[in-house]
Design a protein around this ligand. Sequence first.
Ligand code: SF4
Ligand code: SF4
Length: 370
Amino acid sequence: MSTQNVTPPTAREPGRPVARRTRTFRPNYLSFAGTYQCNLSCPHCCVPIEWTDRLDIPTALRFLEQAHEAGIEVLGFTGGEPFLYPEFVIALTKRAAELGFRFDKLMSNGVWHTDAKHLTRVLTKLREAGFSGKLGLSVDKFHGMDIAKLAEYCRVARKVFARDTILSLSYASKSPDKGLEPIQRLAKELDAVIEWSDLLKHYLLVSDDFTMTLNWNHLATVERAEGLGGADPWDGTWFQEDYCEGPGQALIVNPKGEVKPCCGFASDLDQLTIGNVHTDTVEEIIRNARKHPYVGTVFRKGLTAIRDEILARDPDALPGATSNHCYFCWYVLTRGLADGVNGGGGKVGKWTGDRANHTGKLIQLGVRRA
Ligand code: SF4
Ligand code: SF4
């Protein structure tokens, strides 16, 4: 379940809570993807779900403890489908609860279980391990999932956790009021309705049993989905500078142990690797990120500084303006337009491997390891 991806990609929520709002990389959020593998194969997926790498539990626990010592307080899970590696999620949850972490979302596709009994068993273990966050579900036309099975997931989760707010939904579309049809089908199956909340500025799915917030993700067809067509991401409006505070200020660990600074969907690119949990400590990774020619600039000066530098060098370097931050990020990185980092860098699709950057050179950053 890619938040990036998918999951990925997340909408631009406000910045995460931090002690001091200084312009530098100072993460307060940790997320693990223990496995790339998934029981679905969504056409737009950015995750290399064919890859069999798994993050081993002792290494992840060590990194979790270092993050706690570094003052990081919030934990989430993503994938692939996290529940295809349940022992990982349970072990990390148990230790995080002992350390006093707050839990964010565990993103799942909600249709990985064989039956209600299997689902009840796994979710009960998660509850008993101390999980107090939300179960996030991506429900949109790209996920093309079995709505009856998804409704079963929702009902069992509600029962096991005894919370009407246990679930939250994500959907990717061109605008927040578009692409709600699959969620409407789920609402019908759950005897619920979809309502707009003026207070929260989100749609909600509500019934006697459920209160689920709907989180919109700005759709952009990248990586595997680049050939699918869809709306032109160069929509003529420039993104609002937010220093990537919402999806960023994070340590996102993938199954190879690579660490990324955000859960924006371009973070799957190699150029946004800031370290590896097998070889680097949390402190070293934060230092790497601050010195990183691209990541350091994003959190210190913003994406607009990167855009302005590219356009000052070549006014025709970009096809237009885009309101989608992560699409801009993905475009300039894959095409090698940003200073100090190579082009290419994708995991799936047309942009895998290193490509020279705009200077014509291949650059060795020294933070990427196998
Ligand atoms: S649910 Fe779909 S988008 Fe998410 S990881 Fe699986 S295949 Fe990719
Ligand atoms: S724009 Fe780039 S750095 Fe910012 S959240 Fe998106 S992928 Fe991450």
